[in-house]
Design a protein around this ligand. Sequence first.
Ligand code: NIG
Ligand code: FE
Length: 408
Amino acid sequence: MVTGESGAPDLLITGIGELTTNVSTPDDVCGTIHDAAVLVRAGIVAWTGPTAEAPDAASAVPVVDVDGAAVTPGFVDSHTHLVFGGDRSAEFVARMAGRPYAAGGIRSTVAATRSATDAELRARLRALVAELRPQGTTTFEIKTGYGLTVADEERLARLAREVTEEVTFLGAHVVPEEFQDDPDAYVDLVAGPMLDAVASHCRWIDVFCERGAFTPAQADRVLAAGAARGLGIRVHGNQLGPGEGVRLAVARGAASVDHGTYLDDVDIAALAGSDTVLTLLPGVEFSTRQPYPDARALWDAGVTIALASDCNPGSSFTSSMPLMIALAVREMGLTPDEAVWAATAGGAAALRREDVGVLRPGARADLVVLRAPTRAYLAYRPGVPLIEGVLIGGRGVAGSALSAVRRS
Ligand code: NIG
Ligand code: FE
């Protein structure tokens, strides 16, 4: 088998019943090609188009025929908190019996994370990565935020960096107990020595701007310090109630503001006129019993929407992007096409990435083969394992459809 520079084998995937390229047109946000093929060379998409028009050169490479299956770009999960210790299932059970979700629960994970060894955190992290890949996630972001000391935030960032290049410093997740009486002193620590310790591992800085976490002024101080160190900006905002998070994110030129459960018209207008993506996290509304935001209205207002899992032990302990698509369609009013776009190209936009979330020449060969004829099945058959094969950078990482490439 021919292998390119990346070490990944060259490959022609044929027999794709419905190919989602995300090369959008006014009538088709997903840029669909029917009866399609994808040529992969050296881990990169070299060509896409109707099988009948595959370039002559493609005849020299191994062929995998997927027999009418739908193929989409790999899912881009732009918001997770995968490095943590402990268990909060009892909190979930109490919520389902009527207790509300509160930001303070984060502190119990902080205590468990601080007392875990690197090896324990790494084992949990790797298990979650092994869980998300066969579900079609090919790019994922990870936040720190359960350490909240200089040493603990540094090790969470370092561990996260072992499995992804999209690492976010979230020292401003919640004010830890030991700073309860002097939150501004904690903000000084985050914006100073803690940022210094983590910056080399991170691409992004994030802050939880919410009642019970950080005020807009504190949040802005943290974001300004991160920006001065060259980190890109993300914000957790408008999750537990209306507030300044979205407006702060837009004013700071954030790549994304995440949650957006409680938005008013001013927030929506600010987002629609900006480059800031709104990352919706339907797993949170699902597992905290909060109201789902109206993604239909947001999309129609011109807001760029991403979908992410927010995988974390408190508010959304799922790594399933297909579930996010199903919830966004059923509960938030997106069409299946819009939801699939938001879980792929939308996530890429939230991470300011042009090489993923799209299947066009030059993009990374990250794709998902579905055990289904169309992408709509991701919402139409919720809870059913529909991921037949996953390719990351041209290598098969999961599923039988692409096992030929995995073995090589
Ligand atoms: O994105 N909003 C803040 N952080 C997480 C929740 C973390 C937790 O409850 O442990 C979130 O929902
Ligand atoms: Fe989060």
